[in-house]
Write a protein that binds this ligand. Sequence first.
Ligand code: GLP
Length: 235
Amino acid sequence: MSIHASAGEAGVAAAEQVAELVRSNPAAVLGLATGSSPLPLYEALARKAVDMSAVTAFALDEYIGLPAGHTQSYATVIRTHVIEPLGMTTGSVHVPDGNPEDEEHAGGAYEAAIAAAGGIDLQILGIGSNGHLGFNEPGAPFSSRTRAVTLADRTRRDNTRFFGTLEAVPTRAVTQGLATIFDARHLLLIAHGSGKAQAIRRALTGPVTEEFPASLIQLHPSATVVLDREAAALL
Ligand code: GLP
């Protein structure tokens, strides 16, 4: 774990871990979080000008039902904040299909694509204020795989800031499962701000329980947590 004076400095430290991996393995496979937490990492990584053109990546999650090109769809967010600034290859960066023909089978092809890429070397993670990872809300099984899920009310309220009104926030999403996330060879959890302090305390020092999905990180053999002082304040 490392604790930094600001979110920007935490982003620089987290970016260095990603850069080290990609320098040693230019064809590394990354897992990409969205939301506000990883943005300082992506910005710092862009400044490092590491060659990311051979990297493959898989986004953690996507809302269901947004029209293609919607500014808040994670496909758009990943293109704007990751693919373009980092010079990644569009066809090598995967985002779950947010308009699946059949929600019951929404995750199988994504799991197969991750397996075909050789698994995820490094999964970047944020944390929800309710302890969610990706969109694995409290109660999601640790054995879960990529699938369609219903968003918790608290998540929809938290994410209203991106959509303007609560009604505009989708109610469903496709997310990598907790087992999918746990299979990554390394986890890199990033949090900043006082709003995450309670969640970080429960994730790192509370009981390991499906009622608080991020507590799963305690069981992972290779996990790094990068925080600013505010997010670390209750540790
Ligand atoms: C979002 C995403 C998560 C993200 C989390 C925290 O809804 N689905 O992948 O890690 O909630 O978001 P933020 O970083 O904006 O606080």
